[in-house]
Ligand binder design. Structure first.
Ligand code: FAD
Length: 422
């Protein structure tokens, strides 16, 4: 392992608990993630990036630390993190290994969306009871055996952006569904134990509707599930996001991660659920900045102790990076603090602005870090070039790509709900 990959467990938290008024119990959880990232993830990141292999041992170790269950309610054996605490912890992991943090997000969302998020939705007493019973089964698998869940939504068409119904379809049959379809860019494919698939429930003769979106946990071992294609991308190589195929897969009704119609309601009443892809990139933004400061001070492990900090141009570059990082942190922290059911219009617009800012600024900071630190800093023996490649992927994540955020911000700022031009 390159010595430069051994990060310091003494890195300061991205969000200092005192300054950001984080409760001690939440701060302890976020600190656990930071230490885990620095000591466990960082030393393994380069190898998985180079080989594009899934860091399964990171997830086994997370199980031991309770981190796979970070958002599972305490009464179900988890750590009980809320939306904001999860986001802050995920940013700390993203700082040390973007691919692990992003894959972890896919897993954690299967518990956050069915847990703290679903608890804020307006469910009928019958749906609430059914949901509580079913999610307990999923939580037990994670707590007891370290089961991994993934989140394959993308299909290569307009569905992942929320424009049309998913093409992957679930036909109701006795005691369950028969699922057919294809998911692209499925992080954790081949590694997850359950694929948390979004698909359209469609009865004989019925049209496809987004209102009938089902959120199903499909066991990786089920007959008819296969993983295909290769994974050799620019960045986030350790996510191993290959293609998943479902051919006449029988999925028992008990594998519904949300009752009928609830995913559609969650997506419309709790839009911040789509902000959960951003914490990884908040961490990468911090990592690009941290690297630059250490490098210019001649303190990056494994490199000669050459100082470059005395040049005014370097000082200006670091100052500009500092301003960009603080702007990014401030906006993002407010947006993750805003997350709730039925947010105000202002809060939704801020969430788009925060997502766009984090995704674009993480890469802008990495670009500037490389230009400022110079040629030796972009060698593959150091983490900066990986941060640069990983950070480029953030703006492409549906449903809130950087472009879609700009689209919505413009439209929803100029048009109030229901307004049209003659
Ligand atoms: C490293 C990595 C890991 C990923 N992991 C997962 C995963 O685990 N699960 C998962 O479901 N997906 C995952 N994705 C997929 C990701 O969310 C996108 O679906 C994928 O990058 C889209 O690629 P595309 O070329 O098909 O996009 P396209 O749909 O072709 O869109 C191309 C661009 O056009 C714009 N666009 C698309 N639709 C609209 C619209 N309606 N309005 C305005 N603009 C639009 C967007 O800006 C988009 O970036 C991952 C992607 C990456 C890079």
């Amino acid at each position: 392992m390159p010595t430069s990959e051994i990060a310091s467990p003494h890195d300061a938290p991205i969000f200092a608990p005192d300054a950001f008024r984080i409760e001690p119990a939440d701060a302890a959880l976020i600190d656990k993630a930071r230490r885990f990232g620095a000591t466990v993830l960082a030393p393994r990141a380069a190898e998985h990036d180079r080989a594009a292999t899934f860091p399964i041992e990171n997830f086994r170790d997370m199980h031991g630390e309770g981190l796979l269950a970070i958002c599972i309610p305490k009464q179900d054996g988890g750590l009980g993190a809320d939306f904001k605490t999860y986001c802050l912890a995920a940013a700390e992991l993203g700082r040390y290994c973007g691919a692990t943090a992003l894959s972890w997000n896919m897993h954690v969302c299967s518990t956050l969306w069915t847990g703290a998020l679903a608890d804020q939705l307006d469910l009928s007493p019958a749906d609430r009871a059914l949901h509580a019973e079913r999610r307990r089964v999923h939580y037990r698998r994670i707590v007891d055996t370290g089961a991994l869940y993934s989140q394959p939504f993308s299909e290569g068409g307009a569905a992942a952006a929320g424009a049309v119904a998913f093409g992957t379809e679930a036909r109701p049959v006795k005691d369950g569904f028969i699922v057919n379809g294809k998911k692209i860019f499925a992080s954790l494919s081949g590694a997850a134990d359950y694929y948390g698939v979004l698909c359209t429930e469609r009865r004989e003769g019925e049209g496809a509707s987004r209102r009938n979106t089902l959120y199903l946990a499909i066991p990786a071992s089920a007959q008819g599930v296969s993983v295909t294609g290769d994974w050799d991308p620019l960045g986030m190589r350790g996510t191993v996001s290959r293609t998943l195929l479902f051919k006449d897969v029988f999925v028992p009704e008990a594998e519904m991660l949300m009752p009928h119609g609830v995913y559609f309601r969650a997506a419309s009443t709790f839009p911040h659920m789509f902000l959960t892809l951003s914490p990884t990139y908040m961490g990468l933004a911090q990592a690009a900045y941290d690297f630059t400061v250490s490098y210019l001070r001649g303190e990056v492990p494994g490199t000669p102790p050459v100082k470059r900090r005395m040049f005014p141009t370097k000082q200006i570059a670091v100052a500009e990076m500092h301003v960009m990082l603080e702007q990014t942190k401030a906006l993002w922290f407010q947006a993750v603090s805003d997350a709730r059911a039925n947010p105000s219009r202002e809060q939704v617009l801020r969430a788009y602005a925060a997502q766009h800012t984090v995704m674009e600024n993480a890469n802008a900071l990495a670009v500037k870090a490389i230009r400022t630190c110079g040629g030796q800093a972009m060698l593959k023996s150091l983490p900066l070039e990986r941060i640069y490649r990983d950070s480029r992927c953030g703006s492409l994540m549906l449903p809130w790509t950087a472009e879609i955020c700009i689209d919505r911000l413009g439209r929803e700022t100029l048009y109030l709900p229901g307004e049209k031009d003659d």
